[in-house]
Design a protein around this ligand. Structure first.
Ligand code: MG
Length: 258
């Protein structure tokens, strides 16, 4: 099931996305929230008539770094054999179609296409065999990074945590195996990144075991799983799209305020 969060007539709701063609998609409005037992209302609205929102409002986004060897190499580094994580704040999250605001304090804004895991239930110290039980589904993410600031500052709160630095969406896919999915990033239609989740040094199970050993994960929390090679600059006016096989496409425009 594809679960979108959206607003219509000033109300916010979740809906199950139905249909195959992009311009004919319909939302069946969910009664309740997708983090508990829920029913479809049968009330349907065309996706084109609503505003898509970020599919969740996470209490935290935990992002793993250097989880693809080819990306670590292009950064002049090596893949992290032991996973390491950093935070992106809740205020960094935007949805598909929202604007990435080019910050005033950087001159080198980069895209990073990533598979995002959406947590479905409160959990901690999750054993490997229970990881599937705590995941609601998967969505596309862009770990937008001020690369020059990242190089300059030891902590990445500004470089990777500024407002709009965490596009998520367009929706959550609950029925997909994350083991071998194509991850692609285009800028203005030109391919920049192309990889597979099969290239992850530490797969999704390892990342959930690692982070849940340290902290409680709440429903709606999001785990970013690292980016494949090909990261590169974004300019004012660019349209950046992250597509993950079996999930969908997350699209955002970059705007620099004069
Ligand atoms: Mg990243």
């Amino acid at each position: 099931m594809r679960i979108a969060r959206f607003s219509i007539d000033g109300n916010v709701a979740f809906g199950a996305v139905e249909g195959d063609k992009q311009d004919e998609l319909v939302l069946d409005i969910i009664k309740g929230i997708p983090f508990a037992e829920f029913e479809l209302s049968g009330t349907k609205v065309p996706l084109s008539k609503v505003r898509l929102l970020p599919p969740v409002l996470p209490s935290k986004v935990v992002a793993f770094g250097r989880n693809y060897a080819d990306h670590a190499a292009e950064m002049g580094s090596r893949a992290a054999e032991d996973p390491f994580a950093f935070f992106k704040p809740s205020t960094s999250v935007i949805g598909s179609g929202d604007v990435i605001q080019y910050p005033s304090f950087t001159e080198e804004l980069h895209h990073e296409a990533e598979l995002a895991v959406v947590i479905g239930r409160m959990c901690r110290e999750v054993p490997r065999e229970r990881v599937k039980d705590v995941i609601l589904g998967y969505t596309c993410a862009n770990d937008v990074t001020a690369r020059d600031v990242q190089r300059r500052e030891q902590q990445w709160a500004r470089a990777k945590g500024f407002d709009s630095s965490c596009p998520l969406g367009p929706w959550i896919e609950t029925d997909v195996d994350p083991a071998d999915l194509t991850v692609q990033c285009t800028v203005n239609g030109q391919q920049r990144q192309l990889g597979s989740t099969a290239q992850m040094v530490n797969p999704v199970e390892d990342l959930i075991v690692n982070i849940s050993a340290a902290m409680t994960l709440l429903p709606g929390d999001v785990i970013l799983t690292g980016t494949p090679a090909g990261v590169g600059p974004l300019q004012d006016g660019d349209e950046v799209a992250v597509t993950i096989e079996g999930i969908g496409t997350l699209t955002n425009k970059v705007v620099k305020r004069g």
